[in-house]
Design a protein. Structure first.
Length: 152
């Protein structure tokens, strides 16, 4: 079974929604996936997703129950794919990996490398944004997850 970890900064907006969307799409297509999400920061550890991310989840007919956590050394051993929501998160994951000096076969990738519209590399951080930014994030995540499943 493929194991996937989505990572953003706070683990309350982008990555828990991506996790939910992957679960949902994989179930629809009868694909077995083990997935989770984490943040690079400690800001929101233990919290449920942001209300606006939860609203997007409800639009997709799901409820997110994930509790925010920080990425940890063991994640590099467990997951086949660690998928970063933007370039800053990607760089932080690489630095963290070097810091904990772990040798790993994990593929560390950018979420938007799975987008149809090439050129934009980041799933924009919506935290200080508007409701429309959350809607845009939801569309981007839906698209990227769909293509990620095709890629698998
Ligand atoms: P996320 O969004 O990384 O998609 O979960 C953020 C959530 C919180 C903060 C930044 C981004 N923050 O600065 O608290």
């Amino acid at each position: 079974m493929t194991k996937v970890l989505f990572v953003c900064l706070g683990n309350i907006c982008r990555s828990p929604l991506a996790e939910g969307i992957l679960r949902q799409q994989a179930a629809t297509e009868n694909i077995m996936i083990d997935c989770d999400s984490a943040g690079t920061s400690t800001y929101h550890i233990g919290e449920l997703p942001d209300d606006r991310a939860q609203q997007m989840a409800q639009k997709n007919n799901m409820i997110l129950t994930h509790r925010a956590r920080q990425i940890q050394k063991e994640d590099f051993e467990k997951y086949d794919y660690i998928i970063a929501m933007d370039r800053s998160v990607y760089q932080n994951i690489l630095s963290y990996k070097t810091r904990v000096s772990i040798a790993t076969e994990t593929n560390i990738m950018l979420m938007r490398s799975f987008d149809d519209t090439k050129g934009v590399l980041d799933v924009a951080d919506p935290y200080y944004g508007t409701f429309k930014d959350f809607e845009e994030m939801n569309s981007v995540l839906q698209r990227c997850v769909k293509n990620f499943l095709k890629f698998l």
